[in-house]
Design a protein around this ligand. Structure first.
Ligand code: ARG
Length: 286
């Protein structure tokens, strides 16, 4: 061992996994029929069977790590329903159901509300648009909330009132990073060691948001453009294992250095809709 190996061994925190409860919706009806974000091009063909196989590999990765995956029934005619993260936010025994910005996705809210009700969560609606965990990420005992493209900033107050948790509003400024979960990942939520660890892509945020992030999370990992542009930040962490888009190799290396175990998964087919791993995964927080 060299001195720098020893220093790394002493300073790198031990990362502990916590068993998670995820909700996913299979892409049986996936398609790119409209363009509501810059990643979507309806002229590019989509292979539904390939999307399904890739999605199953993600689901199996979660179950092999010991996590619970609950399935929501996909609905024909709702091609974006595979992006289950957008269905709502479940935390602190409260459930907020999405209120989608675009008409093409509006009916997904009823499907997710029906699932929540059947699963014993009482879904509550917001007056203003909110796109669930696309923009509302639980970080320890606070909610980090994106706005600028989809979720209305005024919905942040509604979410705070419903969940009883403080909400930190962060403005997004680059249309390619239209949901908070395309620009920021919560790696460790503090449940184990009391410290929230994040990764984010600075250019996606307004100056004010960056000032807030740097003040609140001075040790966060800042991710490079190459990784952000393969939606590398659209990742899911259990506190130790970080399931991320396989092409985000630079971010994977940063994760390893920070004591996490990156696991690359290929969701190339679902990237055509502008989403990746986190988009396909709604976490039911305790
Ligand atoms: N096509 C979907 C949309 O534009 C993709 C949603 C991705 N989901 C996410 N959590 N970022 O609404």
């Amino acid at each position: 061992m060299t001195v720098s190996d020893l220093t790394a061994a002493v300073t790198t925190p031990v990362r502990r996994a916590r068993t998670r409860h995820f909700v996913m919706t299979a892409p049986h009806h996936f398609a790119v029929e409209y363009a509501i974000n810059p990643w979507m091009d309806p002229s590019v063909p989509v292979d539904v069977n390939h999307a399904l196989r890739q999605w199953e590999a993600l689901r199996d990765t979660y179950t092999q790590l010991g996590h619970t995956v609950e399935a929501v029934d996909p609905v024909a005619g709702l091609p974006d329903m595979v992006y289950a993260a957008n269905g709502g936010l479940i935390v602190n025994d409260r459930a907020v159901v999405a209120n989608f910005t675009f008409a093409q996705r509006a009916a997904e809210a009823d499907a997710y509300a029906a699932w929540m009700a059947a699963a014993g969560h009482r879904p509550e609606r917001t007056h203003h648009h909110n796109e669930g965990q696309g923009d509302l990420l639980v970080a320890g005992s606070t909610v980090l909330a994106g706005y600028g493209f989809r979720t209305d900033r005024r919905a942040h107050d509604e979410v705070a009132a419903i969940t009883g948790l403080p909400v930190i509003s962060l403005e997004l400024i680059d249309p390619r990073f239209y949901h908070l979960d395309t620009a920021l990942t919560v790696l460790s939520d503090g449940a184990e060691d009391g410290e929230v660890t994040l990764a984010y892509y600075p250019p996606a945020f307004s100056e004010t948001a960056l000032t807030q992030l740097r003040a609140l999370f001075p040790t966060a990992i800042e991710v490079a453009t190459a990784d952000a542009f393969v939606l590398g930040l659209n990742a899911v962490s259990d506190g130790r294992h970080v399931i991320l888009p396989v092409n985000a190799t630079g971010f994977a290396e940063q994760l390893r250095e920070a004591g996490f175990e990156p696991i690359g998964v290929d969701l190339s087919e679902l990237l055509k809709g502008g989403g990746s791993i986190k988009c396909c995964t709604l976490e039911v927080h305790p």
